[in-house]
Design a binder for this molecule. Structure first.
Ligand SMILES: [Zn+2]
Ligand SMILES: [Zn+2]
Length: 346
């Protein structure tokens, strides 16, 4: 089968012919129908944050079950499924609390083990969730990371109805963070990005106010939009340390006794400055990824039609286009919200 792998750091992906994985008793083999290209894959492609190589990447995926292991119950050949990329033990402290994303034995598909940029993937049967017939594979794929990471971040921010939220970054995660902030009842959503076309997209996802920091003063606008009180929730999705510093400042306002919550979502590969003066009763959090329950919740919202993602996938490619797809992420090409691989050919 074909798989997009990184074999050497810093030279991008190569398309290799590899063995179809053999399923164990508790595994299923899924034929991938859609795999999203995430900002994290850009990091991998640049040689950052790499696990031992070679590795097949891809952690947003959905497809059809082709084979089930001898001990598998509840999943059958032909099922349409989304795949949860977190393999967890089920018995550690965090798993027992429902936070399988914090599992002490955690293994990440598309990082620690081979992922979805391939014709087939082998995963534990309990990592697949059946999707309704009206949920397209590409929605289910996106839900596995971009949509669910944003859902988790907005959830842990503690956003309440009527709150003001600011979202830094209007890429795959940031756009959906704006969408969820609005869905959860934010009174005002502010989106920040250096690229104007991304800010236009942010408006379509629910941003009421957009800011381009290359020519506008973020903190001044936040002050005006919040009557000087600062935002209730600041969600940083860009990975920029300058944005992280601004997120912290945006959550501070004229109430000396209270600060909004700040959630760091984008990978902060470099240190950023956090001035704790003025942060009070607020929360500075680093959001990881979603848990299995959240993934199921979002798939239900899609099945019922309450949430729809038709504007989220703006480009379809074959597996062989993977390097172009990550380059498009790097160069911020306008109108490319999310690229999905839907043909596993060269
Ligand atoms: Zn991702
Ligand atoms: Zn566990």
């Amino acid at each position: 089968m074909l798989a997009a792998r990184i074999v050497k750091p810093g030279v991008g992906f190569e398309i290799d012919d590899v063995e179809v994985p053999k399923v164990g008793a508790q595994d299923v083999l899924v034929e991938i129908k859609a795999a999203g290209v995430c900002g994290t894959d850009l990091h991998y492609s640049r040689g950052e944050y790499l696990p031992p190589l070679p590795r097949t990447f891809g952690h947003e995926g959905a497809g059809v079950v082709k084979e089930v292991g001898s001990g598998v119950t509840g999943v059958k050949v032909g099922d349409r499924v989304a795949i949860h990329y977190v393999i967890s033990c089920g018995v550690c402290k965090h798993c027992m609390m429902g936070n399988d994303n914090r599992c002490r034995q955690r293994v990440s598909i598309g990082h620690d083990v081979d992922g979805f940029f391939a014709e087939y993937v082998r995963v534990p049967a309990r990592n697949v969730l059946k999707i309704a017939d009206n949920v397209p594979f590409e929605w289910a794929a996106l839900t596995g990371c971009a949509v669910s990471t944003a859902y988790h971040a907005v959830t842990i921010s503690g956003l309440r109805r009527g709150d003001t939220a600011i979202v830094f970054g209007a890429g795959g995660v940031g756009l959906h963070a704006a969408m969820w902030a609005r869905y959860f009842g934010a009174g005002k959503v502010i989106s920040v990005d250096l690229v104007d076309s991304k800010l236009e997209a942010a408006r379509k996802y629910g941003a009421d106010v957009t800011i381009n920091p290359s020519r506008q003063d973020v903190l001044e606008i936040v002050k005006n939009e919040t009557d000087g009180w600062g935002v209730d929730a600041a969600i940083e999705c860009s990975g920029s340390h300058a944005a992280m510093e601004q997120a912290i400042k945006a959550a501070k306002g004229k109430n000396a006794y209270e600060t909004g919550s700040i959630v760091s979502v984008g990978l902060q590969l470099k240190p950023f400055e956090a001035n704790f003066m003025g942060l009070r009763e607020g929360r500075l959090m680093v959001s990881g990824d979603h848990n299995r329950k959240e993934l199921a919740e979002i798939l239900d919202l899609e099945a019922s039609g309450r949430v729809e993602l038709s504007q989220s996938v703006t480009k379809h490619i074959s597996l062989g286009g993977i390097n172009d797809a990550v380059n498009m992420l790097a160069t911020h090409q306008p109108g490319v919200e999310r690229t999905v691989i839907d043909r596993m050919s060269r």
